[in-house]
Design a protein around this ligand. Structure first.
Ligand code: ARG
Length: 427
């Protein structure tokens, strides 16, 4: 092996990985650090990479690409994993993989490397995405193939080699951040019954401590947010503003038992103020401008997209095809949504659009009603026809061929009469 490009956060694990890769493979190590916002980039990261023995250190600001090519696609699709997780970490992986591959090709490297463990989703996402973009590249995950050191061992390892290590104190959690969200896991959070302690949160105040409620108006064009309270903003700035504002109102805390790709249930605490506000607003606007059939189908597509993103399949053919559908469905998703930020909640308070399908003269119960009530009779006659045929041929519900007949669900018999306290599984 000649050269490896390592996804480098500047933390202890990846700093040690630089030296470890050099020693283990006798290869040059080029590091790549990507700024995805949300404080994802640490101070002095280039210097630290070089002190760990990197032959070159790339630092790339990819915030704009991240938002416009990944985050907006997920927002337009309404992609939220298991109805809870707005996918901040998951969305960043294909972009990081893409940048790793770009640098690897430019540098003529034979491999890329990342600091993921062998137990999470991120390793899968990296490996799969890198190979979708360049099947010829090897992917090395030092943590998965023998670099397994404890934190203290890593500190010794670094000290012995004069590697500058970050002076931050060890966090009780494993954390990943970018401007779409903050993911926090492990430590006391591993007990799903434990209330997340205050120190699990960094971006949001406790809802009880939030400022007085405030209304904001978010403007959308083609399913993409473009303004706040009438002020047009660039995508990164817009997300940043909602992040700050939402955080001050305690909006965006998510406590989720999540199904990992590798078959484990895990407990994650997320903070995603901008994502929660924007998904809420986008969904409200879609309700105004899309047909009920589009809404029904978009819901399926959004769930499928969420699964694909979560599973690291951003570059799959299906994912591309669905993104094309979503783009098309968003052509009329333009208008304003007023959101009230109120002690941890983002509540839809109003919506309007020049492309609205809402027609007051059809909806009203007051004067000016244009709906033809008499036509409803004929509509129901035809709409209810199949049920009347069923009742005539198979017997009305509750009656069977004329005899009185009560239907009981046979599965009910299999349920335990009382739920008993469960013993923990050994091991
Ligand atoms: N469970 C989330 C996901 O798979 C977040 C993982 C983030 N990593 C972390 N160290 N907290 O997308």
């Amino acid at each position: 092996m000649n050269k490896v490009v390592l996804a480098y956060s500047g933390g202890l694990d990846t700093s040690v990985a630089v030296a470890w890769l050099k020693e283990q493979y006798g290869a040059q190590v080029v590091t790549l650090t990507v700024d995805l916002g949300g404080g994802s980039i640490r101070e002095g990261v280039e210097r630290r990479a070089m002190s760990a023995g990197a032959s070159k250190a790339y630092v790339v600001d990819a915030r704009e690409t991240f938002v416009s090519q990944y985050v907006w696609r997920a927002l337009q699709a309404g992609a939220v994993y298991q109805g809870a997780y707005p996918l901040a970490t998951a969305l960043a992986r294909p972009l990081l993989a893409q940048l790793l591959v770009e640098v690897a090709q430019k540098e003529g490297a034979d491999a890329v490397a990342h600091g993921c463990t062998g137990k999470g989703n991120d390793q899968v996402r990296f490996d799969v995405a890198v190979h979708a973009l360049d099947p010829g590249l090897e992917v090395i995950a030092p943590m998965r193939v023998g670099m397994g050191l404890t934190r203290d061992q890593e500190i010794d390892y670094a000290n012995q080699r004069g590697i500058e290590i970050p002076i931050t104190k060890a966090s009780p959690y494993s954390i990943d951040v970018n401007l779409w969200g903050r993911s926090c896991e492990t430590g006391v959070l591993e007990d799903p019954w434990v209330t997340p302690p205050a120190d699990a949160y960094e971006w949001t105040v406790a809802p009880a401590d939030a400022l007085d409620p405030v209304d904001i108006v978010i403007g959308f064009e083609g399913g993409i947010p473009v303004s706040i309270d009438g002020e047009r903003l660039e995508s990164v700035e817009l997300v940043q503003r909602l992040h700050d504002l939402g955080g001050r109102h305690g909006v965006g805390r998510i406590d989720h038992i999540e199904d990992r790709l590798v078959g484990i249930k895990s407990r994650e605490v997320y903070e995603a103020p901008a994502a929660v506000i924007l998904h809420t607003a986008h969904h409200a606007l879609e309700g105004l401008v899309l047909s009920k059939e589009q809404l029904r189908f978009n819901h399926l597509v959004g769930n499928e997209m969420a699964q694909l993103i979560y599973d690291g399949l951003w570059f799959s053919a299906l994912s591309r095809d669905l993104r094309t559908y979503v783009m098309s469905s968003q052509r009329v998703v333009s208008g304003d949504v007023r959101i009230r930020l109120d002690h941890g909640q983002a509540i839809v308070a109003g919506r309007r659009s020049p492309l609205s399908l809402y027609d007051k003269s059809l909806a009203t119960y007051d004067e000016g009603d244009a709906f033809d009530h008499a036509s409803a009779v004929g509509f129901i006659e035809i709409f209810g026809l199949p049920l009347r045929v069923e009742a005539a041929r198979h017997g009305a519900v509750g009656k069977h061929h004329g005899a009185a007949w009560t239907w009981t669900d046979p599965l009910l018999a299999e349920l335990p009469a009382t739920v008993t306290e469960q013993e923990p599984v050994a091991g």
